[in-house]
Design a binder for this molecule. Structure first.
Ligand SMILES: [Zn+2]
Length: 235
């Protein structure tokens, strides 16, 4: 009887451990702790230019650029949105290749970096940006009393490709629903949780653009990650 009780206890502990670590166990299927090998370069179309052998640039208009990483496994797009006073870089890839030279080739305005959310393939990791903006949410503010936000494993997931969670030094907190002014151009800051609990989208109503990060894109949407919430997504 005693042996059965010990076995049940051990199994219970093991089950609790597996439940607690379920995300780490599942996510090891998606990365082995080092950056994935680059994909072969493809013809990306006539309206796309290669900045180098890694980044492509597509002009949506004279002041709006999609900066793509077609050879990176995640095939991210980052957006440079330029006003008369300053420019905004919305996402910065994983930092596999520093995105700043691409940005500097497209604008001489001061650039503020805003991650759509904190997954490792959006925050630029080891790349340091001059100015950083983050959506103003209580659960983020509480963790950044000195405007320094240390990302957690759960919200970053960079161990999949060997990146430690970085600390973001925040210059600007953006209130949800507010207008972000770039000079003769403003973007509505939209809190769009679901993929993560801190995801932000940007609406450029004058030009008819919605920049949505990982909240919405062509392909399977991820709503099972550690700080995802399917209920938020559906709302
Ligand atoms: Zn993501």
């Amino acid at each position: 009887m005693k042996k059965i009780a010990i076995a049940v206890t051990l199994l219970s502990v093991l089950a609790a451990l597996i439940v607690h670590q379920r995300f780490r166990i599942v996510l090891t299927q998606f990365g082995d702790g080092s950056p994935p090998p680059l994909l072969d370069a493809q013809d990306e179309g006539a309206d796309v230019t290669w900045h180098d052998d890694y980044y492509i640039v597509q002009a949506l208009d004279a002041k709006t650029f999609a900066i793509g990483e077609p050879r990176y496994l995640q095939q991210n797009f980052n957006y440079l949105i330029i006003g008369t006073e300053r420019a905004l870089l919305f996402d910065a890839g994983s930092g596999y290749r520093d995105i700043r030279p691409v940005v500097e080739a497209l604008t001489d305005k001061p650039v503020t970096f805003l991650p759509s959310h904190f997954h490792f393939d959006h925050v630029g990791n080891r790349v340091e940006f001059e100015r950083v903006a983050v959506i103003d949410l209580p659960h983020l503010r509480d963790r950044a009393p000195n405007n320094e936000l240390q990302l957690t494993w759960e919200e970053h997931l960079g161990s999949l490709e060997g990146y430690d969670p970085p600390t973001l030094k925040i210059d600007e907190w953006l209130e949800a629903g507010s207008l972000l002014e770039l000079g003769d151009r403003s973007l509505r800051v939209i809190f769009s949780p679901g993929h993560t609990d801190d995801s932000v989208s940007l609406l450029d109503a004058a030009r008819g653009y919605l920049f949505s990060g990982d909240f919405m894109y062509p392909g399977p949407l991820f709503a099972f990650l550690p700080n995802s919430n399917m209920g938020d997504y559906l709302q």
